[in-house]
Design a protein around this ligand. Structure first.
Ligand code: ZN
Ligand code: ZN
Length: 365
C-alpha cells in the first residue's frame, strides 16, 4: 500500500513542477487520505516539490497517523496550533510560492496563517483540482472497494424491497436500509438514504419524513455504502401496487434516458455531451425543464467528486473513471422518478457496477 501513496505523492510533485509551484497545502480530508492513507478527521498536508511532505495533525491522531503513513515518507507534526506549525514548515523550507486548496480552507484559517507568515514574503495562491484530477481515475485497489460498496448497495435495495409495506414511514424504510448497510460490512453509509414516497417523489433530494407508504405510491430510494472510505450510489423508483399510466409513462422516459446516458459513456467523451444526450431523450418525451439537476457525478472517496456530467462540465471522460448516470423527472403535485447506476468508464463498453434490477417497466411491489 505504501508504494501507492509514494506514487501518488510523486504525481502531485510532478504536477507542482509543471505549474512551477514549490509547495501545495492540502486541506481536503479526502485528498489527504488519498495521498497518505491517513483517515483522521483533522489533518493538513504540505507537499514540497523537492521531495518532502509534512502531515500536521493533533494529539488525538498521534498513533493513528504514524501507523497509517508508515513507509510513505511523510513526516508528522503533532500540533495544537496548525497555522503556527504550517508557517514554521513553510519558513524552514524556504519556499516563496505556495498553492493551497482554497475550496477547503476557511477565511479565518487563511487569515491566521497569513498573520503567522508576516514578514516571510511567501505568496499564497488558491488552486483547485490538482489532487482531484488524479482521484477521478481509479486504480484496481480503489475499484475493488467501489465494487464492494456497489454490491452492498444492491443488497440493501433488495432488502428494502423485502421489508417495505403499506403503512411503514419513509423514515422507517430509510432506517432499514441504513441498518442493513451497517450490519453487512459497510464502514459507514455513503450518505443518509433519500427515501421519498407519493407526491414527495417530486422532491429530487427530499429527506425521509413520517409520511406512511400507501397503495399507488411511487417510492424513490437513493442509497449508498462506504467501504474502506470508498462510496457507492444507487437509485431505484418503484410503485406500490399497480402503476398508473402516467407513472409508467414518466418511468419509461427516465429509463430510456438513463440507458442512452450509460451507452454514451466512453473514453474521450465530454461530460457535457452525456448530459445533453440524456436531456434530449427527456425533452422528446415532453419532460423538458422537469429534470433540474445534472446527469451524474464521479464517485470515490467522496460521494460527489470529479468528473461531472452536466451542462457546466468541462470534464472529459477517461478509462477507469467511475460516474453515476441518474436522470430524473419531477412533476410538482404528482411525483417523480429517478434511476441511478454507478458505472465504470472503460476503453470499450462501460461496465455498470450496481446490478440491481433495472427493468424498462416500473417495478411494482
Ligand atoms: Zn444517489
Ligand atoms: Zn448520485
Amino acid at each position: 500500500m505504501q508504494v501507492i501513496y509514494r506514487q501518488r505523492l510523486e504525481q502531485v510533485r510532478n504536477k507542482l513542477a509543471e505549474q512551477k509551484l514549490p509547495a501545495l497545502i492540502v486541506f481536503s480530508r479526502a485528498n489527504v487520505r488519498y495521498l497518505t492513507g491517513f483517515s483522521g478527521s483533522a489533518g493538513v498536508l504540505v507537499v514540497g516539490q523537492d521531495g518532502w511532505t509534512w502531515l500536521v495533525t493533533d494529539g488525538r491522531y498521534k498513533l493513528q497517523s504514524k501507523e497509517q503513513t508508515k513507509g510513505t515518507g511523510v513526516k508528522i507534526s503533532i500540533a495544537r496550533m496548525t497555522d503556527k506549525v504550517l508557517a514554521n514548515i513553510l519558513n524552514r523550507t524556504k519556499v516563496k510560492r505556495v498553492g493551497f486548496e482554497g475550496r477547503y480552507c476557511t477565511v479565518a484559517f487563511l487569515d491566521r496563517l497569513k498573520s503567522e507568515l508576516k514578514g516571510a514574503k511567501i505568496r499564497l495562491e488558491s488552486v483547485t483540482g490538482i489532487v482531484e484530477d488524479f482521484r477521478a481515475v481509479k486504480d484496481e485497489g480503489e475499484l475493488n472497494f467501489i465494487r464492494q460498496a456497489a454490491q452492498l448497495a444492491d443488497a440493501a435495495f433488495e432488502h428494502a424491497l423485502k421489508v417495505m409495506r403499506v403503512g411503514m414511514t419513509e423514515r422507517e424504510l430509510a432506517w432499514e436500509i441504513e441498518a442493513f448497510l451497517r450490519t453487512h460490512g459497510a464502514d459507514a453509509i455513503a450518505f443518509a438514504p433519500i427515501i421519498v414516497s407519493g407526491e414527495r417523489t417530486a422532491l429530487p433530494h427530499g429527506q425521509p419524513s413520517d409520511r406512511k407508504l400507501q397503495k399507488g405510491d411511487l417510492v424513490i430510494m437513493d442509497l449508498g455504502a462506504m467501504v474502506n472510505g470508498y462510496c457507492s450510489d444507487l437509485t431505484r423508483t418503484v410503485v406500490i401496487g399497480r402503476p398508473k399510466d402516467e407513472q409508467q409513462r414518466i418511468y419509461k422516459a427516465v429509463w430510456e434516458a438513463q440507458q442512452r446516458g450509460i451507452e454514451a459513456l466512453s473514453a474521450n467523451q465530454k461530460g457535457k455531451k452525456v448530459d445533453s444526450i440524456v436531456r434530449e431523450v427527456l425533452d422528446k418525451h415532453g419532460f423538458k425543464k422537469l429534470f433540474m439537476h445534472g446527469t451524474g457525478h464521479g464517485v470515490g472517496l467522496e460521494i460527489h467528486e470529479s468528473p461531472s456530467l452536466g451542462q457546466r462540465s468541462k470534464d472529459v471522460l477517461k478509462p477507469n473513471m467511475v460516474v453515476t448516470v441518474e436522470p430524473g423527472v419531477y412533476v410538482p403535485n404528482f411525483g417523480g422518478v429517478r434511476i441511478e447506476d454507478l458505472v465504470l468508464v472503460t476503453n470499450g463498453t462501460p461496465e455498470v457496477l450496481t446490478r440491481s434490477p433495472n427493468p424498462p417497466k416500473i417495478l411494482s411491489v
